[in-house]
Every structure is written in structure tokens, then in C-alpha cells.
Design a binder for this molecule. Structure first.
Ligand code: TRP
Ligand code: SF4
Length: 338
């Protein structure tokens, strides 16, 4: 039996952090054995909000791919590609944009939030221009094109992307209805329960919040960041009893990176037998151990820029084979002259 097909992407925002690894990449790695996977770097989507800040775009693309491959996305098994190197997606976007009612995109709550960020109503330091462009309005349509370019069965996403994907399903159905074909499947979300992974200040980990630990950080950088993490705020001295459950970052990290230690940490913390600095120092060791192999993989790969480029170009070429098939069917359905 043919494997079901999966498409998922990430905007090219540069080096990824531990939250990306735990929330998304680990899941992508697991999926690649069971499904035919297409994973892409969404560089065109990056332009929807950063069209005027492109100086790092090329480097960002390679950084994302480095993090993926180092984390176990295997380019021999999955197809890793760059969105702009599969122009069939952009072409499909045009056809889909013609049949998408304007109010469908205007109603998209995720898009509304993005617009609020751009306008400065919501906090986000990453914003550059405050223009809400025609292209940004098309964000969910381009996302639909990404998915339908390969006629995907499933799209692994976090819950924040569900609203976009709802539009994708509507557009797929509408295309089939209008052109009286049964071309597109309605892509189903494959929800990943992304546990909120906190940055060292206790807020959600994010690049724009300057509270993230990168996959590509050195052991020293990682340790420096962890040593600055907030702990139980009511605990001022080592002799004070601590409350691990109020220690949002350090104790939570123990749960993930050294689950075998949590009983001991909890006991010693609650009985004032463990100081926070020592507790963090020990945690640094576990976090660095956890990412040791991935970081070594990344270093080796980074030392071979030709190989990274080859992965991107070969994957994109491979993706185009399938994309061209689908696009021919689309043009046929629309009755374009070709
Ligand atoms: N919008 C997604 C995000 O911000 C990225 C993305 C673009 C995507 N196109 C996609 C995800 C297609 C899944 C499928 O995370
Ligand atoms: Fe947190 Fe460890 Fe300090 Fe307890 S000892 S408050 S778990 S850092």
C-alpha cells in the first residue's frame, strides 16, 4: 500500500531553538518512517512580513536545514526542499487565489493576529514594516498551495495553524466543486500536542523574546543561559526551603532532560539541601548531554557547505517531479491552454 503523504514547513527565521526541537522536529523525525514526508523551508512566507529585511535570508535557509538534518530529518528518506525552488507552488497559488473569496482570508483569526503584530497592537520585536501587504493577506492561500502542490493527506501543525488549515480544506473543496473534478484531497491536520516550552525567563521560548537556547549554541553558551534562568522567586538563600513547582524553568527542564533526577531534586529542594546554583550547574550537564550528538552532527554538516547546498537543491528537484504532475492536472482542470 502507498504511504500517506505529509507536508509541513517552517518559515526561514534562522537558527532554531530547543522549543522547535522538542515541539516540532522530534515529531517530524518520527513521522518520516511511517509517511512519505515533504518538509520545506518557507522562504516566501518569510517575505510576507519581512520583505524589507532580506539580508539574512540565504543564511537563514541554510541554518534551518542544518538544524533539521542534525536533528535527524534524513534527506535520503524525507524530501527536504526550499519553497521558492519549487515554483509550481507559486503558480498554484495564483490559481487558488482566483477562487478564494476575499472574506475567507479576512476572517482567518491567525492572520488577524499577524496583522495586529504588524500594526504594533500586539507585542513582538521582530516586526519591521507595518505594511499589511496583498501578499500577507494571501498567507493562508500560499500555505494551501504548499499543501496541495503535493496533494497531501496530512499536515502536522501546532494548534496555532488550525485556522489556516481550515481555509485550506475549504479551498480544496471549492476547487473540486468549481471545476467538477476530484483532484484535491482535503488535507487533515495532524495535531501535535506542543507542550509549552519555556524560555529562561519563564515566558514561551521564542527568538524575539531573547530567552531562547539555540540548538546551535555551544555548551558554554547553553550553560551561561541556564545559569541566568529564573527559579523559585520566594527562595532567597540556600537554607530557605524551595518549591520545585514554582520553579518554572529549571525544574521543568529537569522533567524533560533528566527525568531520572526529579525525585532527588524535588526532595533536596524542598528540604533546603540543594542550592539553586548547584541545581542549575547540574542541569547544564544534562541539557548539554541531551544535545551533544545533534550539535556534533550540526558542526560536521556545517563544515561541508557544499553538502548542505546539495541537500537543498536535490530535495527541491525531487519535489518538483511530483509538483509538476499535480500542476498539470490543475491546468487541465481549469482548462488552461498549454
Ligand atoms: N504557517 C506555518 C508556520 O508559521 C508555516 C507553513 C507555511 C506551513 N506553509 C505551510 C506549515 C504548509 C504546514 C504546511 O509555522
Ligand atoms: Fe529550582 Fe533547583 Fe532552586 Fe529548587 S533548587 S528552586 S528546583 S533551581
Amino acid at each position: 500500500m502507498e504511504k500517506s503523504l505529509i507536508v509541513s514547513g517552517m518559515r526561514s527565521t534562522g537558527q532554531l531553538h530547543l522549543g522547535h526541537y522538542l515541539g516540532v522536529l522530534q515529531n517530524w523525525v518520527k513521522l518520516q518512517n511511517e509517511f512519505e514526508c515533504y518538509y520545506f523551508v518557507a522562504d516566501l512566507h518569510a517575505l510576507t512580513t519581512k520583505f524589507d529585511k532580506t539580508e539574512d535570508l540565504k543564511q537563514n535557509v541554510e541554518d534551518v536545514v542544518l538544524d533539521w538534518v542534525a536533528s535527524g530529518i534524513n534527506p535520503e528518506i524525507s524530501t527536504i526542499y526550499l519553497q521558492s525552488l519549487v515554483p509550481e507552488t507559486a503558480e498554484l497559488h495564483i490559481y487558488l487565489s482566483m477562487i478564494t473569496p476575499q472574506n475567507w482570508v479576512e476572517r482567518d483569526p491567525t492572520l488577524k493576529d499577524m496583522v495586529k503584530i504588524l500594526r504594533g497592537d500586539l507585542q513582538n520585536e521582530e516586526k519591521t514594516s507595518n505594511i499589511c501587504s496583498y501578499g500577507l493577506l494571501g498567507y493562508p492561500v500560499l500555505m494551501t498551495a504548499d499543501i496541495l502542490t503535493f496533494n497531501a493527506d496530512y499536515v502536522p501543525v501546532g494548534s496555532d495553524q488550525i485556522a489556516h488549515l481550515e481555509i485550506s480544506r475549504d479551498i480544496a473543496r471549492r476547487f473540486n466543486n468549481i471545476y467538477k473534478v476530484e483532484l484535491f484531497k482535503e488535507p487533515k491536520p495532524k495535531l501535535t500536542q506542543i507542550p509549552l516550552f519555556k524560555g529562561i525567563d519563564g515566558q514561551k521560548m521564542g527568538k524575539s523574546f531573547h530567552n531562547d537556547i539555540k540548538i546551535s549554541d555551544s555548551e558554554e553558551e547553553t550553560s551561561q543561559k541556564i545559569m541566568k534562568a529564573i527559579t523559585d522567586r520566594s527562595r532567597l538563600r540556600k537554607n530557605d526551603v524551595g518549591h520545585p513547582n514554582e520553579c518554572e524553568v529549571v525544574f521543568d527542564y529537569y522533567k524533560i532532560f533528566a527525568p531520572q533526577k526529579i525525585d532527588e531534586v524535588k526532595y533536596e529542594c524542598e528540604n533546603a539541601k540543594r542550592g539553586c546554583a548547584d541545581c542549575k550547574r547540574e542541569l547544564c550537564k544534562y541539557v548539554n548531554e541531551y544535545f551533544k550528538e545533534i550539535r556534533e552532527n550540526r558542526k560536521n554538516l556545517q563544515a561541508n557547505p557544499k553538502l548542505v547546498r546539495e541537500i537543498i537543491l536535490n530535495g527541491s528537484q525531487k519535489a518538483r517531479i511530483k509538483a509538476k504532475e499535480v500542476l498539470a492536472q490543475v491546468k487541465d482542470a481549469v482548462k488552461m491552454y498549454y
